[in-house]
Design a protein around this ligand. Structure first.
Ligand code: 5GP
Length: 194
């Protein structure tokens, strides 16, 4: 057991590494990059939403890691809710099919809703979510996306906040998975199917 000041694991010690896992490629964003950018996004949101109580809507499961860190970087009262939509399943190819698997508990009428997305690839998931949530009459509706893949979107994303623009490779870590693995990787790395 570690005491409250101690760390059970050194920050720089990877919990997976290329020696033990040949599918893991180069690191795209380190734990330190993520921590710094999430703090910056939290500060921007704090400033923009002063006097309001944003409702953070996380898209399960990937975004819950980002949302948990982002919520703690926002120095305002916030509320949190989650929904789940179908995405990749077990493959690394986008299906283009978006379906609500779990809906929100909250009524969005009159709320300041901030959609918290982990990664935008084709943008299809986000554009569906935005249309769906806009129809529930929120007072405002914005999006914060942590990772946006460069040049892959055919739809207009209109992101109020964006963490990182990344190359169009398949990535894992910080909530992003392959068949439910790698979500707890504290950094973002490319994944190569072998
Ligand atoms: P889009 O609809 O923008 O094509 O895809 C969005 C969803 O696909 C994300 O919320 C995420 O679940 C999944 N996704 C897109 N790119 C990646 C990736 O590189 N790695 C992982 N693990 N999931 C991804």
């Amino acid at each position: 057991m570690s005491d409250i000041a101690g760390h059970g694991r050194s920050q720089s010690t990877p919990i997976y590494n290329r020696q033990s896992d040949p599918c893991l490629g180069p690191v795209v964003a380190t734990a330190e990059d993520l921590e710094r950018r999430v703090a910056e996004l939290g500060a921007e949101i704090t400033k923009d939403y002063a006097g309001r109580v944003p409702l953070l809507v996380g898209v399960l499961k990937g975004a819950c890691f980002f949302l948990a860190d982002l919520a703690r970087a926002i120095e305002l009262p916030v509320e949190v809710d989650f929904m789940a939509v179908s995405s990749y399943g077990n493959s690394t190819q986008t299906s283009g099919v978006v379906r609500i698997v779990k809906d929100l508990d909250a009524d969005l009428n009159g709320r300041h809703v901030l959609i918290v997305e982990d990664i935008v690839d084709s943008g299809l998931t986000l554009s569906y979510l935005r249309r769906n949530l806009a129809a529930r009459h929120p007072a405002s509706l914005e999006v914060v996306a942590l990772f946006v893949k460069r040049g892959l979107q055919s739809v207009d994303l209109d992101l109020a906040y964006q963490g990182f623009e990344i190359p169009p490779d398949f990535v894992v870590g910080y909530g992003l998975d392959v068949s439910e693995r790698y979500r707890n990787l504290p950094y973002l790395a490319t994944y190569v199917e072998r």
